[in-house]
Design a protein around this ligand. Structure first.
Ligand code: GCU
Length: 613
């Protein structure tokens, strides 16, 4: 009987906790924010002593756990000498936030488990009637968040933002914010246990306090309607008690002022004509200051107006056929060998892509931080953004599909006002099965509901035909559900030698745009030899020459995002003296040196600038 009660409480508390997040705030950079970045105290807790009792029951699922605060590491200090409390944040090591823990302490490089973080902060609202939120850019992988001993809730997913309202839990003077971050890989998670990237753990993105008025603008979409360059569509969502408000939308540079009326749920439809404007494009990434005003709030954003669509095999940006001169990118500052998170990190990565003459980046294999999206938008670089539905996901597990949907929702909610984001991808190299295609189809439906204006894709499966092993086809059933067919191919690396590319033909659907979302091979920077010698720069260079010549023959080819911009950490890459824990398919070494293949791709993109000629 007792076990059932505990189990019930566990589900009750866990279920309740997971959904106790507030609706996601978007456009953080333009809100009234206070940073909690910097030094946090930390406790490494591999056995989760601070969370489970010796019967392995979560302390905070026990009724009245607040009366036993010493159990959970919520920064409780003993009130008398006899009390047993076996931790003390004030005497514990510092960790920097945002950063992964892996690169801050050699003992934590390979650590996968729980680290407790504690931040003491004081906060006085500008107006005592205002509402205060706590916002995390991301915590990898699962976060349990406590403020002054009260559990705010749980977030699952290592690459998307989440927030909690903390108005009633803040106190005058010092506040104690505690985060249990757990980066253990799990079979049922998104991504699952097997990935070709490093499992950086911790509070890897920025942490903000956000101050809002009693009723405020929580979410909105202000975008050109799909295929209608003269009309702006979307919505505005208020949060608070005074929801039936008039919202004023202004674009001063266009002398535009529109008002919309929010209904009793605080929702207002946006639908108005746009006077003559300069469209956002890769050559001229024009952004307009758009302001949304209600009784006591004015929220601005920098928004670009453009259309993205397909017509047969063509990809049309503002009605003109484009070729995506892209490159795949992991969210890693290779010079630091850690997760990228800052504007400076974004500029380093995007600067390298610009050197390649790219107009497009595929942000693999998970949503990247908001800084790189907004910096790319200012630089005129188009973005493919994806959720980490990667390789062998547990397709039949309801918790797994819900997790994927949550991460997709958080990704789209954060970035659906960014003109440069043109493709949402729902999967990478997932083995074909009925359960997998059903799972992915559910994600596509969710994506289209959240944002009907952008294109949907995924790195699909290909295979050679029975009749001719040198003919490649894409017969993945999921190809019917995407707007852009994409596939990864590794001819010359995992599939034969570079010369094989001379003999391969592609037989693909001529009526949909094709993006080759990955091709490439490893090279250690500075290792030179014959072009037949694997791991040399010459081999990688030859591989690029042969693959580009092969792909150029495909009439429906409209984009490339070769794998990958820079060498990146991966626990799967173990060849001593060559890989040493790094995937070496980068066109830049981890120190930022250009390999010979860089110049092959750049020359190809220089020629492609005049596409469609
Ligand atoms: C796969 C996968 C990448 C991986 C790459 C490689 O296509 O999508 O995540 O890093 O191949 O093997 O280097």
């Amino acid at each position: 009987m007792k076990k059932t009660v505990v189990l019930f409480l566990l589900i009750l508390f866990t279920g309740f906790e997971v959904f106790s997040q507030s609706n996601l705030l978007q456009n953080l950079p333009n809100r009234k924010i206070t940073s909690l970045n910097g030094k946090w105290r930390s406790i490494v807790d591999p056995y989760e002593t601070g969370y489970y009792n010796y019967r392995y029951e979560p302390h905070d699922s026990q009724p009245g756990y607040e009366k036993n605060p010493g159990a959970i590491f919520t920064d409780y200090h003993p009130v008398n000498q006899s009390e047993l409390v076996e931790y003390n944040f004030d005497e514990s090591p510092w960790l920097l936030v945002p950063r992964s823990w892996n690169i801050q302490d050699d003992k934590l490089f390979w650590y996968e488990g729980t680290v407790w973080y504690r931040k003491l902060f004081e906060f006085t609202a500008a107006d005592p009637t205002n509402r205060i939120f706590l916002y995390f850019g991301a915590v990898n992988y699962q976060a349990e968040v406590y403020l002054n001993g009260h559990k705010l809730g749980i977030h699952v997913g290592g690459f998307t933002p989440f927030n909690f309202e903390i108005t009633k839990w803040l106190r005058p003077g010092s506040n104690s914010l505690v985060v249990k971050a757990d980066n253990r890989r799990k079979r049922e998670a998104i991504p699952t246990v097997n990935t070709d990237w490093f499992n950086y753990g911790g509070i890897t993105r920025e942490v903000w306090l956000v101050e809002e008025s009693q009723t405020f603008i929580q979410d909105y979409v202000i975008q050109l309607k799909k295929d209608n360059p003269k009309k702006v569509g979307g919505f505005i969502q208020l949060d608070g008690s005074q929801l039936n408000q008039t919202v004023t939308v202004e674009i001063p540079e266009l002398k535009l002022k529109e008002t919309v009326q929010a209904n009793s749920s605080g929702w207002a439809e946006v639908d108005f004509s746009l006077p003559d404007y300069t469209p956002w494009s890769t050559e001229n990434p024009k952004l307009y200051t758009v302001s949304l005003s209600i009784r006591n709030q004015k929220l601005t954003d920098q928004i670009g107006f453009r259309t993205i669509s397909t017509q047969g095999a063509d990809l049309l940006l503002n009605g003109k056929s484009i070729f995506l001169r892209g490159i795949s990118v992991h969210e890693e500052n290779s010079l630091r060998g850690d997760r990228a998170w800052s504007v400076e990190d974004a500029r380093l990565i995007l600067g390298r892509a610009k050197e390649l003459n790219c107009n497009f980046v595929r942000l693999a294999h998970y949503p990247h931080n908001e800084n790189i999206i907004r910096e790319a938008e200012k630089m005129g670089i188009l973005v493919w953004s994806e959720v980490p539905v990667y390789w062998t996901i547990l397709w039949d597990n309801p918790e797994t599909v819900q997790n994927a949907e949550n991460q997709l929702t958080e990704m789209i909610t954060r970035d659906r006002n960014r003109a440069n984001v043109i493709i949402w991808s729902v999967a990478n190299e997932t083995p074909v099965s009925e359960a997998r295609t059903k799972f992915l189809h559910r994600l596509v439906e969710k994506a289209r509901k959240l944002d009907g204006t952008r294109l949907i894709s995924a790195a699909l499966e290909k295979h050679s035909t029975k009749e001719d092993p040198m003919t490649l086809v894409i017969e993945d059933p999921f190809a019917d559900f995407v707007d852009v067919v994409s596939v990864n191919e590794y001819i010359g690396w995992y599939d034969g030698l570079p010369e094989k590319a001379n003999r391969v033909k592609w037989n693909v659907n001529p009526d949909k745009p094709l993006i080759i979302s990955e091709f490439g091979g490893d090279a250690q920077f500075g290792l030179h030899g014959s072009k037949e010698a694997r791991w040399t720069e010459e081999y990688q260079e030859e591989l690029y020459i042969r693959n580009l010549a092969m792909l150029e023959k495909i009439p429906s080819l409209r984009g490339l995002s070769p794998w990958i911009l820079s060498d990146f950490r991966s626990p799967r890459r173990l060849l001593p003296g060559i890989q040493d824990g790094w995937n070496r398919k980068g066109l830049f070494s981890e120190s930022g040196e250009k390999k010979k293949a860089f110049f092959v791709l750049k020359a190809y993109y220089d020629k492609k600038e005049n596409f469609p000629r």
